[in-house]
Write a protein that binds this ligand. Structure first.
Ligand code: SME
Length: 158
């Protein structure tokens, strides 16, 4: 399933009344199944204390449930306000290993303009697993989720 098909599926569920908590789980699951190189797929959410907290994920359990700004690839993406595609995680000095099998990692921010809601984080056991197409596909899903996060956090007064 490509990103457009994933988004169509998510739109269908949203039209049926699903809200963010279920939609983000479904997004993770559809993304995870969309590419055999995606061995760990999850969402980290940025909380007002500037800490990333692990949301829905598929793959091996990780110790990194909370990640501070600037820590690891995930925290660096937030600190530098950019997506990060790491072809070889052994070259990253402050890398936080989720699994010893991970060779490459992709972090795509979920953002509404300047406001960062979180990120989609994907690990692969294969080196340089994320080409431009993969990155673009993940970006599309992040762009679908961003307005839902925006509405959700506003609705909760956060
Ligand atoms: N590798 C990430 C931590 C998250 S786990 O991969 C799931 C990092 O360096 O921030």
């Amino acid at each position: 399933m490509n990103a457009n098909a994933i988004i169509t599926e998510l739109e269908t569920k949203r039209a049926e009344g699903w809200t963010l908590p279920r939609l983000k789980e479904l997004a993770v699951s559809l993304l995870h199944e969309s590419n055999p190189r995606f061995h760990w797929t999850g969402i980290y959410e940025l909380f007002p204390d500037n800490t990333l907290r692990l949301g829905p994920f598929l793959g091996a359990p990780t110790d990194h449930v909370f990640i501070g700004m600037g820590q690891g690839v995930c925290g660096t993406a937030v600190a530098e306000r950019r997506n990060i595609n790491v072809p070889d995680v052994t070259q990253v000095e402050n890398y936080l290993a989720c699994s010893t099998e991970t060779r490459s990692e992709l972090v795509v921010l979920i953002r509404s303009g300047e406001r960062i809601h979180g990120q989609i984080d994907i690990d692969s056991h294969e080196p340089a697993a994320f080409d431009e197409t993969a990155e673009r596909e993940v970006q599309k899903v992040a762009e679908f989720l961003a307005p839902l996060y925006e509405a959700w956090t506003k609705g909760r007064g956060a």
